[in-house]
Design a binder for this molecule. Structure first.
Ligand SMILES: *[C@@H]1O[C@H](CO)[C@@H](O)[C@H](O)[C@H]1NC(C)=O
Ligand SMILES: *[C@@H]1O[C@H](CO)[C@@H](O)[C@H](O)[C@H]1NC(C)=O
Ligand SMILES: *[C@@H]1O[C@H](CO)[C@@H](O)[C@H](O)[C@H]1NC(C)=O
Length: 651
């Protein structure tokens, strides 16, 4: 169970990309063979790149001068062998290529991760970026040079042969690639006179019209263009920006710098990965585990009008945040979702919106609830009812109402109801490790969330009796279905930081900027931010995510009960993993050793605090924040007394 969390930053390798756009030759500069160099060799072979190994800087330079490699990977971990940075500088100064980029790669000798790194370098944004710089450099050369210029392809076939004044294009064979390629580095780096800036500008314009690429590449292009006309400090700052943009995990925090807390580690590992990524190659274990089957029959439908008074009474304050869902769970004999659903859906006029008879809604709620597993200690229908409750509560907040349309509200209530249907009480990582049918069906990607969404629609549309969508107009159904699916998939924790960060950047920050101005003109602008379709999607995702993991914001007693249930479910998973010889995904959740207070503290620190700060800034939730603070202090106090249990022992 190693996540890059524990890797020290000082163990880094220096990757120097020196690129013409050709078949890749890779030079490894490693004083000694070790797991890391072996993995890179293997990765090169697998990727079909040619690979040389050099043991000393001298050998490296000699080899480089001969082969003119496209990628040099230098071992930067042991300064006693050689000075990688000096070697880097030397390569820069002698490089006959059009552009040089350096990157760092943190030590990781997992073969697949080396392979992925190479492939990413080869195909990723970096290559586009390099191409772009190359093009720019070539245009500069074209306009400055009095000489003929030839640009050769990867097979050393000349693509363009041009005289500055004649601009003739011919295609001939060329034997020596190095002679054919040109050193324009020196001309570009010196070209800072006024004319050159204007010229480069037109070069950039040409490059823009040449490339059809991903949005991120467009962004990089724009920044590149801005750099051209910026003073040095700005250009350098933009270099930093580009460096960050080139990483693929744009919305993930840099795990490498997080504290090394095993609870956080396990939660991140258990909730945010698919289990496969954390194992190398062959450790992936194929086993067959039968998932629970859909229960065959339903109990006879009850009538909404004769909800027993004792149940009606427990639901009286369902619009309050402090509503006690566990009372309802016992009063309804474990059918809280059906009853709470009837009440909340009718409060929001869902049947009217869907043009569906109440009897259909009733049957639908019953069959959905029946497909939650009562045997799960956490992910049973009480959790679904709880998330439905939180969703309904959030939907009544002023800002949320301003942002969402009726169809969004209906989608949110439906999504909350079905969001964990048929949950097996095991995490995605477990299902992937166990080679479960679901993991295979969904290619180890968002396995559970995909299943919840797909099954919900299957159950609903299979039988007219419970098909709440059957009277909907086709286009409206498509819109609603899309919104429900999007929200259910948003509950997947691998995307946690992506959703939260997008919300903060697209909604919190612009709204805060408007509020600072405090002008009347802004009311309209604020409305626009709130109701833009792309922002409504972000609001809905954030809403269901917060509802899904709002346990730490509930009143203390409820919070403690939930903590007990989730811990028990994780313990059961660890038990089963041990029993079946599967990798233990979250070792801290071992019933013999686990500190529940510590696990709650880590969960709150890592996932909850920032998210609810953002959600509170948007929706204004003082009571939730008060509970959160209170609960956090409770867990801290238990932890300070070195207690591992849910509650202090009786006096
Ligand atoms: C959910 O699990 C708990 C055990 O943690 C159990 O007491 C409760 O009855 C279950 N609820 C439902 C609706 O199955
Ligand atoms: C899983 O991967 C296969 C092969 O790439 C693909 O054909 C299939 O559509 C994928 N299934 C899902 C559910 O993504
Ligand atoms: C705030 O007000 C200033 C001056 O009135 C204006 O230039 C600026 O665009 C406003 N900011 C936003 C975010 O609207």
């Amino acid at each position: 169970m190693t996540l890059s969390l524990s890797l020290s930053l000082s163990l880094s390798l220096c990757v120097c990309v020196c690129v013409c756009v050709c078949v890749w030759q890779v030079l490894l500069v490693f004083a000694k063979d070790d797991a890391q160099s072996n993995s890179f060799c293997w990765a090169c072979e697998r990727a079909g790149f040619r690979c040389n190994v050099a043991r000393t800087p001298e050998a490296a330079l000699e080899s480089f001068q001969e082969k003119n490699h496209d990628l040099i990977i230098m071992d930067h971990r042991h300064s006693r062998y050689f000075d990688a940075e000096a070697l880097c500088r030397y390569v820069y100064s002698t490089c006959v290529c059009v552009s040089v980029v350096t990157q760092r790669y943190v030590e990781n000798s997992n073969m697949m991760s080396c392979y992925n790194e190479l492939i990413q370098l080869h195909h990723g944004e970096i290559r586009a970026q390099i191409k772009l710089r190359a093009c720019n450099a070539v245009f500069t050369a074209l306009e400055q040079s009095q000489e003929a210029i030839e640009i050769s392809s990867e097979d050393q076939i000349i693509q363009v042969h041009t005289h500055t004044h004649t601009h003739t294009h011919t295609h001939t064979k060329h034997k020596d690639r190095r002679k054919g390629s040109l050193d324009v580095r020196s001309t570009t780096s010196r070209g800072s006179d006024a004319g050159s800036s204007q010229r480069r500008h037109s070069s950039m314009a040409r490059i823009h019209s040449m490339t059809i690429e991903a949005p991120i590449t467009k962004v990089i292009n724009i920044i590149n263009a801005a750099q051209e006309s910026s003073p040095m400090p700005v250009a350098e700052a933009l270099d930093r920006v580009l460096e960050i943009l080139r990483t693929t995990e744009l919305y993930s925090p840099q795990l490498g710098t997080k504290e090394e807390d095993p609870h956080t580690n396990d939660l991140v590992g258990g909730l945010m990965t698919d289990g496969l990524r954390r194992l190398s190659g062959n450790e992936y274990i194929l086993a067959t585990k039968q998932l629970h089957h859909i229960p065959g029959h339903l109990t006879t439908p009850l009538s909404l009008n004769d909800i027993p008074p004792c149940i009606a009474q427990t639901m009286e304050n369902e619009d309050s945040w402090d509503f006690d869902i566990f009372n309802l769970e016992s009063a309804t004999m474990k059918r809280p979702l059906t009853y709470l659903g009837l009440k909340i859906f009718s409060r929001f006029g869902v049947c009217e919106f869907l043009s569906c008879p109440e009897a259909t809604l009733r049957s639908w709620l019953q069959i959905i609830e029946a497909n939650y597993h009562s045997s799960n200690s956490y992910h049973n229908s009480t959790h679904a009812a709880d998330v439905l409750h939180a969703t309904a509560y959030f939907l009544c907040k002023e800002r949320v109402k301003q942002s969402l349309d009726p169809i969004d509200e209906v989608a949110a209530l439906i999504a909350a109801t079905v969001h964990d249907v048929d949950h097996p009480g095991r995490t995605n990582s477990f299902l992937c490790n166990a080679g479960s049918e679901l993991a295979i069906l969904y290619n180890d990607t968002a396995v559970l969330e995909s299943h919840h969404a797909a099954l919900a629609f299957q159950i609903t549309t299979r039988d007219d009796k419970c098909n709440i969508f059957k009277n909907m107009e086709r286009n409206e159904y498509r819109t609603l279905r899309q919104a429900v699916i999007d929200m259910v998939l948003a509950t997947e924790m691998t995307k946690h930081f992506e959703h939260v960060n997008k919300f903060v950047n697209s909604i919190n920050k612009p709204l805060a900027a408007l509020e600072e101005n405090g002008s009347f003109v802004c009311v309209c602008a604020g409305k626009c931010i709130l109701t833009a379709p792309e922002n409504r999607i972000l609001v809905k995702r954030m809403l269901i995510k917060c509802a899904d993991i709002s346990n730490p914001c509930r009143p203390l007693e409820l919070c403690i009960e939930w903590a007990g249930r989730i811990s028990e479910e994780y313990f059961a998973q660890t038990d089963e993993e041990k029993q079946q010889g599967l990798p233990v995904v979250m070792p801290v959740f071992d019933r013999n050793t686990c500190s529940i207070p510590k696990s709650q503290i880590s969960f709150i620190d890592y996932f909850i605090t920032d998210m609810f700060d953002a959600w509170d800034a948007f929706a204004d939730l003082p009571n939730l924040m008060q509970h959160l603070d209170n609960n956090f202090k409770y867990w801290k106090s238990l932890d300070e007394k070195k207690l591992h249990s849910l509650r202090p022992p009786p006096e």
